[in-house]
Design a binder for this molecule. Structure first.
Ligand code: DLL
Length: 442
């Protein structure tokens, strides 16, 4: 089945996914009001918060009233670790997941049986728009653990009627053997790990063109357009980028369809979205870039009202060529909390990634190191070259390095150090790739 045939597959729930904007908004408002009442009634944190703001659930008559509710941040989950925000007794929770984060305690979320079912539904709708069909053989390269990627996608894929190959993360050569022996058609992975599988396969003489693999179901980390198209070209597959976060559910919040290849349809029957100014918290008009705020609409276990994702994006409700009318968000390239301040200048790692993506001879692998050993902020970009660009000539390498440094300075407005490293020397990861290490003491 080619990409056009896959794109022409039926829409999972056309009644909602192709409803008019008025119908979608009407449904969302009704569900929002129920969620506010549920959170207020069952979770002390929300009752206290709403009481302090002088708002009662009955006051929420429209979206404008809802946007007056206080925002919820990760700290609420941390401060109430592990079960303080749960809205049901623990004997009604059938699973928990957690997200580690970089500091302090993890955040823990719990799912009732109904939450797990709703999650399965979101994944089925999401993978169907990514071109997955019943009968596909889906190989899982996310870990099965507290991370939501493995189990979350597993049950949705099974639900759609795929044959699951629960390989889990790691052991790249075994993944390659499984793709070949089991006739895998769908690879579920972070894009960076998919790239690694691709490269190891190429080194071992794996013929990707002849392989049964047709679909890459990616997510869990930003998927830069260049990386996606590189994987598609080298593995002869069609890939989609899919987004989600543990706090509101896991994967299944939004995903690309095969028509709108770089925007992700939000599962609006399960999530109410707002985009806010990260500084002031004000709600921005449609199309403006800001921080995505999500309110799950069907949550029993851990309801969250106006949850700050810290992910920066913009959203459009213009109908998509695929027939769906659900809102689409632009790919998340950076977070409001990953901005670096280098000698007073604001720098987003994704700006660096975009410059490197246009450098001929640069691979998709790079690392950013920030330190202040000399007393001043120093940002070093370690860039791995493709084999054809790596030479023994010092003069050639130096001129290449200076060109890259100049391009970066032009865009970032601050000088950075560039180090070119040989092909294969930057460590590959099986899960989410951490491109940045900030060693500053201040
Ligand atoms: O990464 C859930 C997930 C698993 C989504 C598998 C898709 C596939 P967390 O570990 O809680 O949950 O991390 C959530 O990762 O706030 C984003 O910053 C980032 N992220 C997740 N998916 C994408 C994506 C899962 N497609 C955090 N593009 C989010 C960009 C993503 N960033």
């Amino acid at each position: 089945m080619n990409i056009q045939q896959r794109a022409a597959q039926p829409i999972f729930n056309p009644k909602f996914e192709c409803a008019s904007r008025d119908e979608i908004r009407c449904f969302q408002l009704q569900e929002l009001r129920k969620q506010v009442a549920w959170a207020y009634e069952k979770v002390d944190y929300y009752r206290q918060n709403l009481d302090a703001a002088g708002i009662e659930p009955g006051d929420i008559k429209g979206f404008e009233d809802f946007s007056k509710l206080p925002l919820t941040d990760k700290t609420a989950l941390r401060d109430n670790y592990p079960y303080g925000l749960f809205a049901v007794p623990l004997d009604q929770i059938i699973r928990i997941h957690a997200s580690s984060g970089t500091t302090g305690k993890p955040i823990v979320v719990g799912y009732t049986r109904q939450d797990v079912e709703e999650w399965r539904y979101c994944i089925m709708a999401m993978i169907q728009q990514a071109g997955v069909v019943p009968g596909d053989r889906a190989q899982m390269a996310f870990g099965y653990g507290m991370f939501t990627g493995g189990f979350g996608l597993h049950y949705g894929l099974e639900g759609l009627g795929c044959m699951m190959i629960p390989a889990s993360a790691g052991n790249t050569e075994r993944h390659l053997m499984m793709i070949e022996d089991y006739g895998t058609t769908v690879l579920v992975a972070t894009p960076s790990y998919a790239m690694h599988i691709c490269e190891v396969g190429e080194e071992l003489g794996f013929d990707w063109q002849k392989s049964t693999l047709r679909v890459g179901l990616f997510g869990g980390e930003p998927c830069p357009p260049k990386l996606k198209s590189e994987i598609e070209k080298r593995m002869y597959i069609t890939c989609t980028d899919n987004y989600g976060l543990t706090e509101v559910m896991g994967p299944g919040v939004s995903g690309e369809c095969l028509t709108s290849r770089d925007q992700q349809h939000i599962m609006e029957d399960h999530f109410y979205w707002e985009v806010i100014d990260p500084e002031s918290g004000a709600v921005l008009p449609e199309g403006a870039e800001g921080e995505l705020v999500l309110t799950p609409l069907q949550k029993q276990g851990v309801p969250l009202l106006r949850y700050r994702t810290h992910d920066l994006t913009s959203v459009t409700t213009v109908p998509c060529g695929c027939g769906r009318t659900t809102a689409r968000m632009n790919k998340v390239r950076h977070r409001s909390d990953d901005m670096l301040i280098i000698r007073g200048t604001n720098v987003y790692p994704s700006q660096i990634e975009d410059v490197l993506a246009d450098v001929e001879g640069a691979s998709a692998h790079y690392r950013l190191l920030v330190d202040d050993e000399t007393g001043l902020d120093r940002l070093t970009v370690m860039l791995e070259l493709l084999p054809f660009a790596f030479t023994d000539s010092f003069a050639e390498m130096e001129s290449f390095r200076v060109q890259v440094a100049d391009k970066l300075k032009g865009v970032l407005q601050v000088s950075v150090e560039v180090k070119l490293v040989e092909p294969g020397s930057i460590e590959r990861t099986m899960g989410k790739t951490q491109h940045l290490e900030d060693k500053r003491k201040r």
